[in-house]
Write a protein that binds this ligand. Structure first.
Ligand code: ZN
Length: 240
């Protein structure tokens, strides 16, 4: 071994050492360890969540069976990962009674209010969706599509991130050809959720590590949270 190679070897070790020191210092400093996802709890015991549902009056009067169908879809979907959803129709949501991981609110509006899309506000424990097909337009995706929108938005209220958000997390847009519920590839009622996402949901609902992460950032589920997760897990965000 020549001196120059030995020197380079030493230099490399020194750089690794300094790098690691800087890395652990940074983690302790910003509490990034809290955002690491490789040591989540293995508690998959049954979780129960109440969801108050406020429906725009015109829809409730004319499309209640459709709305019940959609809520049943969402209930069955989460029942599949041992989470029990208890929906209750209310005339008006009492926002002050809503509570993260326990008691959520869902507002169902007509299509024209939000173009058949949904939004979730984790800090308010609230999802707002608009019902896509009541207007009698060609039912390209029928009630099944709106069912998947509700299930997707509730997924955000259970701390799930979009499946395409990171290049290297254990969540893909498809599992065995079936769209992930947190993807934009959803077309109807055939959607999947993987074991890693199941862990996230259960950790959040049991007020475990995922809940504590979000508590740290006041349940504001935004780019700051994505940044913390990316840094702590060495994930690379995909922006699109
Ligand atoms: Zn989304």
């Amino acid at each position: 071994m020549t001196d120059s190679i030995k020197r380079r070897g030493f230099l490399k070790k020194a750089m690794i050492f300094l790098g690691l020191t800087a890395w652990s210092y940074k983690n302790i400093g910003s509490e990034s360890f809290l955002f690491e996802l490789d040591d989540l709890e293995d508690d998959f015991s049954r979780k129960k969540v109440s969801i108050d549902v406020e429906v725009y009056k015109f829809l409730l009067d004319n499309y209640k069976p459709n709305i019940e169908y959609m809520l049943n879809y969402t209930r069955d979907f989460y029942n599949g990962i041992n989470v029990e959803l208890n929906f209750r129709f209310v005339e008006k949501l009492n926002h002050s009674s809503l509570k993260s991981a326990e008691h959520l609110g869902l507002v169902i509006l007509p299509e024209e209010e939000n173009n058949g899309e949904g939004i979730a506000l984790l800090e308010n424990s609230l999802a707002v969706i608009s019902y896509r097909n009541y207007s009698g337009k060609p039912a390209e995706k029928g009630d099944d599509y709106t069912s998947s929108v509700i299930t997707h938005e509730i997924g955000h209220l259970f701390a799930l991130i979009h499946s395409h958000r990171f290049r290297d997390d254990p969540v893909e847009d498809y599992s065995d050809g079936i769209p992930n519920i947190m993807s934009f590839r959803r077309k109807g009622k055939e959607n999947s959720i993987n074991d890693f996402q199941k862990k996230i949901v259960h950790s959040f609902l049991s007020k475990g590590k995922i809940y504590r992460q979000l508590e740290k950032i006041d349940f504001i589920f935004d780019s700051r949270y994505i940044g913390e997760i990316a840094m702590a897990n060495n994930y690379h965000p995909v922006f699109q």
